[in-house]
Design a protein around this ligand. Structure first.
Ligand SMILES: [Zn+2]
Length: 258
């Protein structure tokens, strides 16, 4: 894989680099080059930090001129395949809600993909997990600083306003009193079960599910400045959403609360 030519015209293309959304310039012999920031239009060998002297210059016609040749180190063929697989995984992390581990396992067990890239050594480790988390974060809105910002970003993003399977609304708007505001998250998949249960026992702090109880619902209420009127508004919102869910009637015979 030695690449010792100086002063020749070469053909290159861009390929996925090691970082998300990054690219490297690849020669037809699978050596790779990065932009040389000190030199307009110039590229340096990806191994330049290890002492490789190779340099390319981008020409106006789209070809590249090899100003300095290599010292004969191995090319990056395997690494390029690794980067291609990794980039696909990071894209999936960004664009879906699948867990990082699941994304990796799907790629690792995909026969067609393994046949295409039989030599790609790829393992699920802390670095890959972090890279997937970063990719996921890149598509997320900034952390809201106010209730207005939180409300706007919840409305704008299906990632947050839909349930995990993406089939129904999870965010159901906010309710406000002069004293405070609450954001309402309600799973409409759970509501019919709640409505048709005959007995419901409620407590503020069930740390564990007591004996004789077969089902446990949790209502997560997080309100800024708790007041009775705000709680009333939250419960009204839940009832309002419940009325939009298919099915009729309430099956509750007994409800115990404190
Ligand atoms: Zn080199």
């Amino acid at each position: 894989m030695a690449d010792l030519q100086n002063g020749v015209l070469v053909i290159c293309h861009l390929a996925p680099g090691g970082r998300f959304n990054s690219n490297v310039l690849v020669r037809e012999n699978q050596h790779t080059y990065q932009k040389n920031n000190l030199d307009a239009g110039g590229f340096r060998c990806s191994k330049s930090k290890n002492g490789s002297p190779a340099r390319l210059l981008a020409l106006e016609d789209g070809t590249y001129f090899m100003t300095t040749g290599h010292d004969g180190h191995d090319n990056k063929e395997d690494h390029l395949k690794y980067c291609t697989v990794k980039q696909r995984m990071l894209e999936r992390a960004r664009d879906t809600r699948q867990r990082s581990r699941m994304i990796f396992e799907k790629f690792a067990t995909c026969v067609a993909y393994r046949n295409m890239n039989p030599e790609v050594p790829i393992a699920y480790d802390a670095n890959l997990e972090r890279a997937m988390q970063r990719a996921r974060r890149s598509a997320q809105p900034p952390v809201p600083q106010t209730i207005d910002e939180a409300d706007a970003s919840l409305i704008a993003s299906e990632l947050y306003n839909k349930t995990a399977d993406g089939t129904s609304n999870f965010y159901h708007g906010r309710v406000s009193t002069p004293a405070g505001t609450a954001l309402g998250f309600i799973s409409v998949v759970m509501l019919p079960l709640l409505r048709t249960s005959e007995e419901i026992a409620c407590d503020g702090t069930f740390a564990t599910l007591p004996l004789l109880f077969s089902q446990l619902f949790t209502l997560h209420v997080s309100a800024y400045r708790y007041t009775k009127s705000l709680y009333q508004l939250i419960l009204d919102r839940i009832l309002h959403v419940l009325r939009t869910v298919p099915g009729e009637g309430v099956g509750i015979i007994g409800m115990v609360s404190d």
